[in-house]
Design a protein around this ligand. Structure first.
Ligand code: MIC
Ligand code: SF4
Length: 689
C-alpha cells in the first residue's frame, strides 16, 4: 500500500543548524541519528486500510512475513542499545559474526549496571566495551553518564524508528513513539550485523486514556493500575498502544514511565503517539529535527481495548514480591519503612526528582529511614543541581548515589535484614534488592518522598499544597560523556582483561534425549531466580564458567552440583517461565551446565527467544495437567526428537518410570527449528555464511 509522503515540518528542520553542540558527537553522525528519515516521515498518514500506529511503523520496517498476529515477522532495526551487563557477551557475539562495523543507523553501548568496582572485573569490562565500541562503530556512554533508557530517551530516541536493546526495559523509548523492543544480546548482535529481528507478530491493544490525572496521581499509578488489571503475564503476546484525550496531558517522561513498566506485563513493547508534547521534549533536548507527528489512522482497528479513566485513579503501590500485587497507598499506612529509594529507569527523570525535592524542601527524612537518590542521567543531575532541587534533597537527609541502576539490580544499598524498602523502581522480586528477606514495595516519587518523611507508606494526597513542576524549556546539553566511534578503527586495540572468557557455543541437538528433571518450579519464575544478579554475580557476566555456578542458587543451592553430577538434564516450569529481564545468561548458563530442554505451562517472550538462541528446547504441555504428574526428579525421554522436529510431527515425552507419554508443543517456526538443530543461533548464522 502506498504511503503519502510529507516532508518534516519546516520549523524543526530550520532549527537543526542552530543546535549548539558541546557534544563529542561528530556533526555528521549526530544529524544521522537525530533526524527522522524520509521513510519515517511517510508514516504520518496512510492511504487505503487505516492502520494503527504499531502497524504503520512495523509495515515501514517489514523485511518478511505478514502483520497478522501470531505469524513470524522479520523487521529492520534502525537503532540498537546494549548495557554493560549484557553488552560484553553481545559484543563478543558480534565479533564472532565477523562483521567489521555495525550496520545500523545508530548503535550505543551504555555502562550503567556494573558500576561498582570492588575488583578489577567491572573496570576490565568497561575498558573492553569502550575499545570495542570505538572499533566497531558504536557510540559509548561512559559510566556515570546515566541509565541506558533515560539517556537514550534524552539523546537518541527518534519517533517512528525501531530500537532493539539488550535490556528488557528498552520499551522506555516507546514514550517517544518508537517501536523499542528488549531482546537477548545475541539478537542485538545480529541486528548490529545488519540482520533483521525475528519476532512473532503481537496483537495490538488500544489503551484509551481518558481525562487528566488528579493531584498527586501519577504516570506510575497508570501503569500500576494496568498491572493490577492485567497481571505480570497479561501482556505476553501484545503491544500496548496508547491513545485517547488523556495522552496529550502526559509529558514524554511520564509516557516513558508507562512504557518502561509495560515490560512487567510481559508485553513485547508499548508505544505512545508522537505529538506536540514529544516536539516540546525534543526541542528542549535541542533535537528538534528528530520530531515528526505520528498517530494511528482514524478508524483503524485493534485486537483488544482497555480503558483507563485517569480521573478515577489514586496513588498505588505494588506490594512484595510482584509488580502486579497492587494496592492503594492509603491502605498501607501501617507499613513502617527502613529505606526509600528514588531512581531506576522507571522514575529518575528531572520531573521525578524535582517533585520529590519539592515535597522534601524544608523537611527532614524520618530517623528510621535511609533515603537514597539515584538520578537517571548526568543531564538530570546537572539540571536538579542548577535548579536547587539537589540541595533540597541533600538538606532533607537524602544520600546521593551515582547516575546508574545501582540498588535496582542489587548493586549497593541492600536493605537491612527483614527490612522494608519503598522504591520508585519497576521490579520487587524476592531477593533482587540483595537482602533475601527484605520486603520491597514499588511506588511513584510522590509516594516515596512523602513516605520518607512519615517513616511509613503514606498517601501524598494528605499534603495540602499542590506542587507543579515545569519541565525546562531547554535541558543542559553536554554529550561529552558519550564517545563517538573511532575515525580510524584499524588503530584501535580491543583490550580484554582476564574476566573476559571465550564465547561458549552450543552443540547440535542429538537424535534423542533422555534426561532427568533437575528442578520443578512454580508459576512466574523470574530470570532473577534462574540467574541471580547483585554486585558479586553481575561482575561475572563475561565469564560463563564462573557465573554458571550461581544458576538457581536462591531456589536450590545444590542445583549446579546436581546438574553437574547428572551431566545435564531438563527443567519443568509453570506459567510465564522466565519473566523479567532479557539476560541471556539465564539461558546461556543452563546451556553451559547441560540443560537441554525446559517444559513449562507457558513462557515469557524474551526468555523463550533466549532459550532457542542457545539451543535449549522450550516445550509447552499440550495438557497443563501433565505438569502435576511429573515427579521433581523424573527421568524423561524425547525419542526421535531431531527427526520429529525436522518433519514437523508431534513431539512426545515419555515418563520412563511411569510408562506414560505426554504430548508437548514446541510452537517453533521453521527458522527456529533450524536454530535448535544447529545448537543455537550463533552456529546457525555461521552455517548460513
Ligand atoms: C534488570 O532490570 O533485570 C536488568 C538487569 O536490567 C536486566 C538485564 C540484565 O540482566 O542485564 C533486564 O531487565 O533485561
Ligand atoms: Fe537498570 Fe533497574 Fe532499569 Fe534494569 S530495571 S535497566 S537494572 S534501572
Amino acid at each position: 500500500m502506498a504511503l503519502k509522503k510529507k516532508s518534516a515540518p519546516k520549523a524543526g528542520a530550520k532549527k537543526t543548524g542552530r543546535v549548539t553542540r558541546k557534544s563529542g558527537l561528530p556533526k555528521k553522525a549526530e544529524s544521522k541519528q537525530t533526524k527522522s528519515s524520509a521513510n519515517t516521515a511517510a508514516l504520518r498518514q496512510t492511504r487505503g486500510t487505516p492502520l494503527n500506529l504499531v502497524q504503520k511503523i512495523l509495515k515501514e520496517h517489514l523485511v518478511s512475513g505478514e502483520l497478522t498476529p501470531g505469524s513470524e515477522i522479520a523487521i529492520r532495526i534502525d537503532q540498537t542499545l546494549t548495557q554493560d551487563a549484557t553488552g560484553t557477551m553481545a559484543y563478543l557475539q558480534f565479533e564472532a559474526l565477523g562483521i567489521p562495523r555495525v550496520r545500523t543507523k545508530l548503535s550505543v553501548s551504555y555502562v550503567d549496571h556494573n558500576t561498582l568496582q570492588t575488583g578489577f572485573e567491572n573496570a576490565d569490562d568497561h575498558r573492553f566495551l569502550q575499545t570495542i565500541a570505538a572499533k566497531k562503530g558504536v557510540f559509548f556512554s561512559r559510566p556515570g553518564n546515566g541509565i541506558c533508557h533515560q539517556v537514550h530517551l534524552e539523546r537518541f530516541a527518534v519517533p517512528g524508528q525501531t530500537l532493539l536493546g539488550s535490556d528488557s526495559h528498552t520499551p522506555t523509548s516507546g514514550g517517544m513513539g518508537m517501536i523499542a523492543i528488549g531482546a537477548g544480546g545475541l539478537d542485538v548482535a545480529c541486528a548490529m550485523a545488519g540482520q533483521p529481528f525475528y519476532l512473532t507478530m503481537p496483537k495490538v491493544m488500544n489503551v484509551v486514556l481518558k481525562g487528566r490525572l488528579g493531584p498527586w496521581v501519577t504516570a506510575k499509578d497508570v501503569i500500576l493500575e494496568i498491572l493490577r488489571r492485567l497481571t505480570v503475564k497479561g501482556g505476553v503476546g501484545w503491544i500496548l498502544e496508547y491513545s485517547g484525550d488523556g495522552v496529550k496531558s502526559l509529558s514524554v517522561a511520564e509516557r516513558a514511565t508507562i512504557t518502561n513498566m509495560g515490560a512487567e506485563l510481559g508485553a513485547t513493547t508499548s508505544i505512545f503517539p508522537s505529538d506536540e508534547m514529544t516536539r516540546k521534549f525534543l526541542r528542549a533536548q535541542k533535537r528538534p529535527a528528530a520530531w515528526l507527528p505520528l498517530a494511528a489512522d482514524p478508524n483503524c482497528t485493534y485486537d483488544g481495548q482497555l480503558e483507563i479513566d485517569l480521573r478515577k485513579l489514586q496513588p498505588l503501590v505494588a506490594a512484595p514480591h510482584s509488580p502486579d500485587k497492587v494496592v492503594p497507598a492509603s491502605e498501607l499506612k501501617h507499613v513502617k519503612l527502613n529505606q526509600v529509594v528514588i531512581g531506576s529507569c522507571t522514575n529518575s527523570s528531572y520531573h521525578d526528582l524535582s517533585v520529590a525535592a519539592a515535597i522534601l524542601r524544608g523537611k527532614k527524612v524520618h530517623p528510621d529511614v535511609s533515603l537514597v537518590i539515584a538520578p537517571g542521567s548526568k543531564q538530570v543531575l546537572q539540571t536538579i543541581s542548577k535548579s536547587g532541587a539537589l540541595t533540597d534533597l541533600i538538606l532533607a537527609g537524602a544520600r546521593l548515589i551515582e547516575c546508574a541502576c545501582g540498588p535496582c539490580i542489587g548493586v549497593g544499598q541492600a536493605p537491612p535484614s527483614g527490612g522494608v524498602s519503598l522504591r520508585t523502581f519497576n521490579r520487587n522480586f524476592k531477593g533482587r534488592s540483595g537482602t533475601a528477606d527484605a520486603e520491597v514495595y514499588l511506588c511513584s516519587p510522590e509516594v516515596a518522598a512523602v513516605s520518607a518523611i512519615a517513616g511509613h507508606i503514606e498517601d501524598p494526597r494528605t499534603l495540602k499544597k499542590r506542587i507543579t513542576i515545569q519541565e525546562p524549556a531547554a535541558y543542559l546539553i553536554d554529550d561529552s560523556m558519550i564517545l563517538p566511534p573511532a575515525k580510524d578503527p584499524d588503530k584501535v586495540e580491543v583490550v580484554r582483561g582476564p574476566n573476559i572468557k571465550p564465547l561458549p557455543l552450543g552443540e547440535p541437538l542429538p537424535e534423542m534425549l533422555r534426561l532427568r528433571v533437575m528442578l520443578k518450579t512454580g508459576d512466574n519464575v523470574t530470570t532473577d531466580d534462574i540467574m541471580p544478579a547483585g554486585a558479586k554475580i553481575l561482575a561475572l557476566r563475561s565469564n560463563l564458567p564462573a557465573i554458571s555456578e550461581y544458576v538457581f542458587t536462591n531456589m536450590d543451592p545444590n542445583f549446579v552440583k546436581r546438574v553437574k553430577a547428572a551431566g545435564g538434564g531438563l527443567i519443568v516450569g509453570g506459567e510465564n517461565y522466565g519473566q523479567g529481564s532479557s539476560r541471556e545468561h539465564a539461558a546461556m548458563a543452563p546451556m553451559y551446565l547441560g540443560i537441554k530442554a525446559v517444559i513449562a505451562k507457558s513462557f515469557a517472550r524474551i526468555h523463550r527467544a533466549n532459550l532457542i538462541n542457545f539451543g535449549i528446547l522450550p516445550l509447552v504441555f499440550t495438557d497443563p495437567r501433565n505438569y502435576d504428574e511429573i515427579e521433581p526428579n523424573a527421568e524423561l525421554e524425547l525419542p526421535y526428537v531431531r527427526q520429529l522436529l525436522e518433519s514437523g510431527k508431534q513431539l512426545i515425552i515419555k515418563n520412563v518410570a511411569r510408562h506414560v507419554d505426554y504430548a508437548v508443543e514446541h510452537n517453533l517456526t521453521p527458522r527456529q527449528v533450524q536454530i535448535i538443530l544447529a545448537g543455537g543461533l550463533l552456529n546457525y548464522v555461521k552455517s548460513q555464511g
